[in-house]
Design a protein around this ligand. Sequence first.
Ligand SMILES: *Cc1c(COP(=O)(O)O)cnc(C)c1O
Length: 379
Amino acid sequence: MSRQPSIWTTVTSHLRSASPTGPVMYFAPAVLQATARRFIDGFDGLVTYAVKANDTQVVLENLVASGLSAFDVASPVEMRELRSVSPDVALHYNNPVRTPEEIAVAVEMGVVSYSVDSMREFEKLRAQVPTEGVEISVRLCLPVEGAAYHFGAKFGADPEGAVALLKAVKAAGYITSMTFHPGTQCATPEVWVHYIEVCADVANAADVSLARLNVGGGFASNRGVAPDLEAIFDAIRNAKISCFGEDTPKLVCEPGRAMVAEAFTLATRVKAIREDGTVFLNDGIYGGLAEAHQIGIVERVRSLRADTTPMACEGTPRVIYGPTCDSIDRLPDPLALPEGLAEGDYVLFDGMGAYSIAMGTRFNGYGKADLVTVQQLTA
Ligand SMILES: *Cc1c(COP(=O)(O)O)cnc(C)c1O
């Protein structure tokens, strides 16, 4: 019996040899490591990773191996996942709403940084968290547009509330910092610049100097247009220098999507095609395409014949359903797939590492993709 390689050269080499009937998530560690290096080299501060975007163990391991030394975690489960990969990376607990039991776990796990957006939640922290070496970042929220979808809008104090919180954090003896999240898939630098300006105003009004300024995640992934991350890094650095002058906080970022998206390709297979051209895939919104209804998944799709020959991409737009029996298991917009598409052909979605595996369910017995490691995702 021939042994299957644990790392395949390409997506097509695996598809050809394995003909998988279920969906497959292809992971390229080399792509993830290159993205981590791009952030570390380009961003003028500490690069952390928001674990919620994709908490697969190999992702966390590869990021630690790439030199990331701090991670944004939102729950005790995420803290434990990180601790099982590395005993000494710094944990930043930036979910600003917590139970006393969750705070107790955080203290036990040695969390070094917390965010806070309300006085009541701050009082809960103060009751349990020692001040020594612990940072509390006040999270600001502004009514600004620019992101594909503002999933962080449920958190953050307004500027007035942030001033009061900063004063309270300082008075309690914690290291004072600020943070914000511009909303996910944010492709323009203006949102960051505006937030940085208001953070400087808030710190000024509170008469508190900031140890660090955490500019969140929100960095865009490639959805048909490759994002100019370096332009955003530059805008962030320049805004910090011009707003804070001498009394300049150290920068922190916590990308989720932009760090991990590019490292995964989802391969689905055509289960059936109706007479009217409607396509049923073997994965859908309860699986790897979980985010489709929030931000659409239309731009980077490739089709391959069952023997993996590439197919020309033009075609008429069709309704695409996933495999479950729920009618909302459907891509929000019709998708142009090749005219000659047939049962058994593959439809590949590139740039699928973020909010896919992490959000998939097992609804109706579908949704779980196999994870296959490859040297490269294209070709
Ligand atoms: C989700 C989240 C992130 C990551 O956001 P992306 O848009 O995926 O980069 C970063 N920080 C916090 C606090 C978050 O909740």
